[in-house]
Design a protein around this ligand. Structure first.
Ligand code: ADP
Ligand code: ADP
Length: 221
């Protein structure tokens, strides 16, 4: 598993003058489930992209188990986006094979069974409901047994019962291997329900203003 040490002095996008993040310093322990809450525009997606190595900080650094981005050993990262981002011209199985080409049909069926999509491996995304597409994106993220799982408002435009089913599914899958999780949301209730620890990111420019350990009983699974 991965621990993260995040130390970002500032982040400015090349085509703008606005500071998106400033003075951000926090750590995430191995296997910890952290939620990052903040208003729209606070820089939550930017921060997740920096943790994934898709965006650079200037200056600043994200350390994986004490290693900088440049010299860290390979690390399996799962990223679940707000939109499922399935390739519409590929089947469910082919979408899963994009992240793990050598996976067998049996393994595909097994992970689809886990997310409640048995028998859907040959379907195309337009044949699936929004909730089902999100289940595929969850399956895709867990297929590689990631050490680090990043989620960017994954349940945002779902109806309440569907969102709750997917939150339960996420916790169930997480508890099998306990990857380190950074879960971005603007929904405080969702953060408290899922996470061990909730970080609040302020707007303009984004900075952690409160770091609270949530002391609640997780629902029994
Ligand atoms: P959040 O996820 O909290 O809504 P974002 O990280 O998406 O916040 O965006 C934070 C700020 O950075 C916003 O003002 C947004 O317009 C700006 N921003 C995000 N991505 C880019 C980009 N690629 N180029 C320029 N500005 C960006
Ligand atoms: P969210 O706030 O839910 O993270 P956004 O709609 O802010 O999503 O951003 C969607 C995409 O657009 C992201 O990839 C982000 O980097 C990009 N983006 C956001 N704001 C800007 C901007 N001002 N300039 C360029 N790209 C942007």
């Amino acid at each position: 598993m991965v621990s993260l040490d995040i130390s970002i002095q500032s982040k400015v996008y090349p085509n703008s003058l606005e500071r998106v993040l400033e003075g951000l310093d926090f750590s995430v322990s191995k296997g910890e489930f952290v939620a990052l809450v903040g208003p729209s525009g606070a820089g939550k997606s930017t921060l997740l992209n920096m943790i994934a190595g898709l965006e650079k900080s200037d200056p600043g650094e994200v350390f994986y188990n004490g290693h900088s981005m440049e010299d860290r050993p390979p690390c399996k990262i799962g990223y679940i986006f707000q939109q499922p981002r399935l390739m519409p011209w590929l089947t469910v199985a082919e979408n899963l094979r994009l992240v793990m080409p050598k996976v067998s049909d049996t393994q595909i069926e097994a992970i689809l069974g886990r997310v409640g999509l048995s028998g859907k491996s040959a379907s195309y995304s337009k044949q699936l409901s929004g909730g089902m597409q999100r289940r595929v994106s969850i399956a895709r993220a867990f297929l590689t047994q990631p050490e680090l799982l990043l989620l960017d408002e994954p349940f945002v435009s779902l109806d309440a019962p569907n969102a709750q089913r997917l939150r339960d599914l996420l916790l169930e899958l997480w508890q099998e291997h306990k990857p380190t999780v950074v879960f971005v949301t603007h929904d405080l209730n969702e953060a408290i329900q899922l996470a061990d620890r909730v970080l609040f990111l302020s707007s303009a420019p984004g900075k952690v203003v409160l770091d609270k350990v949530v002391d609640i009983q997780r629902p029994r699974l």
